[in-house]
Ligand binder design. Structure first.
Ligand SMILES: [Zn+2]
Length: 278
């Protein structure tokens, strides 16, 4: 995970249609507040066509450089991805396997600050409705209550740098053992499935490939003995011109490996703190 910086101009679907529908949601809650808190009730009709509108989704995809907000995987070739609500819109669980508390954060259903682009696995297999608070008695239960008293255990990718709670040792993510960061870090790893085996393997392969890129970027063809140069060209199976292009590309990839746009930038930053970030 890294901190995500979204555009300040909110997609018009949310400001126009979303705000209009929000008035209806709030009115529905005010007129049926007790019923809206009953288990399994579906009185608050949150519209996927609004928060999942193409304009909204594409803006999130662009701002997040096509990466999942939690696992940082680029998965466009194998999945559609979800428009994810950081604070769950339709019901909340304090405990992973505890009861679903209704109505959830319905008033944030079309809130740009609460929306992110995530892969289906992080969202549907792991996080789902889990949104634990340090003190659940301070949870905002409806749109008239303030969020400012809440102390979420999960790191909001839009507001907090997850490196406060998480650190990578090679490809393995752990919770930072600093004061109450441990409980938050562990909650993030569990909620987003950041240590799931296929993701660990993918990050390990990515790191191994990046080390090859770093090696290629370090080659200096102009200051080699003729014998060494010939060995390099033979190993690469390239002409001298092709090798120069290859090394230039490797240097470009290496220099940008920790940028926000790069896959697994959080892991790269912990492993190679000397790399520039942007
Ligand atoms: Zn993901």
């Amino acid at each position: 995970m890294i901190r995500i910086r979204k555009r300040s101009t909110v997609p018009s679907t949310l400001t126009k249609v979303g705000n209009a529908d929000l008035i209806l949601l709030k009115a529905t809650y005010i007129n049926n507040s007790t019923a809206c808190q009953l288990p399994r009730n579906k009185l608050l009709k949150i519209k996927q066509a609004i928060y999942g509108d193409t304009l909204v989704k594409q803006a999130l995809i662009d701002d997040q450089h096509e990466k999942c907000c939690y696992c940082e995987s680029k998965f466009a070739a194998t999945g559609y991805g979800d428009v994810e609500h950081f604070r769950p819109k339709g019901g909340v669980r304090q405990d992973r396997r505890g009861p679903l508390e209704k109505p959830g954060y319905y008033w944030l259903a079309y809130d740009w600050n609460n929306l992110f682009f995530s892969c289906e696995i992080c969202n549907r297999r792991y996080k789902r409705n889990w949104f634990p608070l340090l003190n659940p008695t301070l949870r905002a239960k409806h749109h008239g209550q303030s969020l400012s008293r809440e102390r979420p255990l999960l790191s909001d990718p839009g507001h907090t740098n997850p490196s406060r709670y998480l650190k990578f040792n090679k490809h393995v993510v752990t919770a930072k053992s600093v004061s109450n960061s441990v409980v938050r870090g562990k909650a993030c790893i569990r909620a987003y499935g950041l240590d799931r085996k296929p993701l660990n393997r993918r990050r390990e392969e990515f790191l191994d490939t990046l080390k090859l890129v770093r090696f290629a970027a370090s080659l200096d063809l102009n200051n080699m003995t003729p014998a060494d140069l010939q060995t390099v060209l033979t190993d690469l199976a390239m002409t001298l011109a092709q090798a120069h292009n290859y090394i230039a590309l490797a240097r470009s990839v290496w220099s940008e490996a920790a940028f926000d746009k790069s896959e697994y930038a959080g892991m790269i930053r912990d492993n190679f703190p000397q790399l520039p970030r942007r």
